[in-house]
Design a protein around this ligand. Sequence first.
Ligand SMILES: [Zn+2]
Length: 704
Amino acid sequence: MKTFYITTPIYYANSVPHLGHLYTMVVADTVARYKRQQGIETYFLTGTDEHGINIERAAERAGRTPKEQADYVVGYYKKMTAAFGLDTAHGGYDIFMRTTEPFHYEGVTEFWRRLARTKTPKGNDAIYKGHYEGWFCAACAAYKTEDEYAKPARPELPPTCLIHETPLDRVSEESYFFRLSDYDEDLLKLYESRPNFVQPESRLNEVKSFVAGGLQDLSISRLKSSVKWGVPVPDDPSHTMYVWFDALTNYITAIGFGNAERDKVAGFKKYWPGTHLVGKDILRFHAVYWPAFLMAADVEQPRNVIAHGMWVDATGRKMSKTLGNTIELDVLERFFPTDTVRYFCLREMVFGQDGRFGYEALIDRTNSDLASGLGNLSSRTLTMIGRYCDGVVPSGKIAEDRLLLAKRTGVDTDETTIAGFIEHARTQFLQHFENFAFSRALEVAWSIVARIDKMISDAKPWDLAKDPNQQQTLNAVLYRSAEALRWLSVMLYPVMPEAAQEIYTQLGFSESVGNVNPRELSWGGLPENTRIGEVKPLFPRIDKAKTLAAISASRSGTHATEADAVPEAATSSQTTPAPPMERATEADAVPGLASFIDIDDFAKVDLRVGEVISAERLPKSDKLLLMKIDIGEAEPRQVLAGIAEYYEPEKLIGRKVVVVANLKPRKLRGHESQGMVVAASIGEQGRPVIATFTEDVPNGARLK
Ligand SMILES: [Zn+2]
């Protein structure tokens, strides 16, 4: 039986979850669903790291015990994971690991003991007692790392505490050390022999050069008199384990290392080695320290360590509360369906690089890729099956004596062409998924959407439906798009579980799409005569201007929830937030030009690429043309335009035009006009010249 084990980092329980946490959970959840879908028994871990001085202090300030403080923060994590469908009840994680669990204490104690009796590859004791030396703030009662103190004005002076602004003392205390310096050669051998151990490759190179530069031994304990809140060092109760040592070990204690009861629930032998998903900022802990600990404990190395980039704002700046450019999880939850957030996270961050996250970009992607793309393909296909085939999936076969007729309409008579295209796309999709290149995998999936969209616009099923001789051609086009939708729903399930299931159900299937193995899809698997389900919109279009205004209103109000009361770090509680940035657009900078509109105003106009399907003169009117224009919807729009004096109707057919798609429908000479064709107005007569494109553009594409 194949098994798979994936972990997110366990998050430090001194602050409430933010976008970065949500992101790694979404990635891990996606990978877990992908593996399960293929029948691989999968275990997915996320959780919290709950020891150390920062939590001890936060608890003190809040008047709680450290465990109560951790429980309080974990409450937020549980709420978040439920809201985004990442918890066990929604088919997400298998364990929310907490380092305060008794089985973890037992497991990590066993792990320490193993290290304590080990010799390094160079024949020394792996753990030894020494002295830890560092800058200590008496008022904080804590050592300060480089980013927690201010450098002195003159080199002979000590640095000062960022919180207390008082000079720090150079203090040395007894500490246990792990002899990391003896593991450099073995670590380098590990990276050499397993080039995929750290991904992407650029990160592996960073790790290699760090190790090759020489390693220093690690302090792995603190005196209990300075840090009480931690796992006691076995056989020496005057020390507690350093929080990182205890936290890394969670990946094996969670599945049963060092605890028989826990082993029965999950299974250490069954699931280890695992895949660790980490942010690039904590790669060193996972790709250097952790492997060295495992070598010393004689435990197998992880399968691999996958380092992803960070989210920055829409303009590429680091997100921070001070800049006010963070993405708030409660805003995402309130304004966006979970699947759109998942899709955006996976589509927008190119593997290994930083990704940009903005509400506007999220709305744009939702509207273009999901509402107009996948959602529209699904609704138009199913609506047409409803309308032209009585709601039953037709046969995709074109009989010998109808092939010529089909060919005449431009429909490919050989369905193996489209089948071959989709099979090839599936292979690429899976390959990218295996390499954690989700963005590229999704690009490939959307090439299927584009291909099928084009097939529909070229074949014009609404015209085929008018000709009884073309029934088989029409059926073949509809079968092909429905079958392509089936493939897409199976492939996209790990990314968008709800929407994929919705498509699958609307196609008429009653089983769970999460149980269909994408590797086993074969063309033609959609049985003809399947009765399709009720057609419902998958991704309602988001009104951009309205939504952005609502988001900014929700952010500008008093925003002091209890969650904010949990300080992010000891230092951040002292930082005064900057006032909200004044909105300064270019337009505002020009005095006296009140006629400028905001980008939000422009965004209200929904301009679409359309293709003129038919055009005819309106009787008793020498000005109006009645046109049918395909703007990528299930049915073409009927649009009337006052251009009859200047354009021959038949010459307009097939022409790409720009349509104002959200103009309120109005009646002209008894005919409803569902939009407007954009044209330049030339000269005194106002001669219309229709706006068009010189490059090939798909119907329904949005102009912005
Ligand atoms: Zn201090």
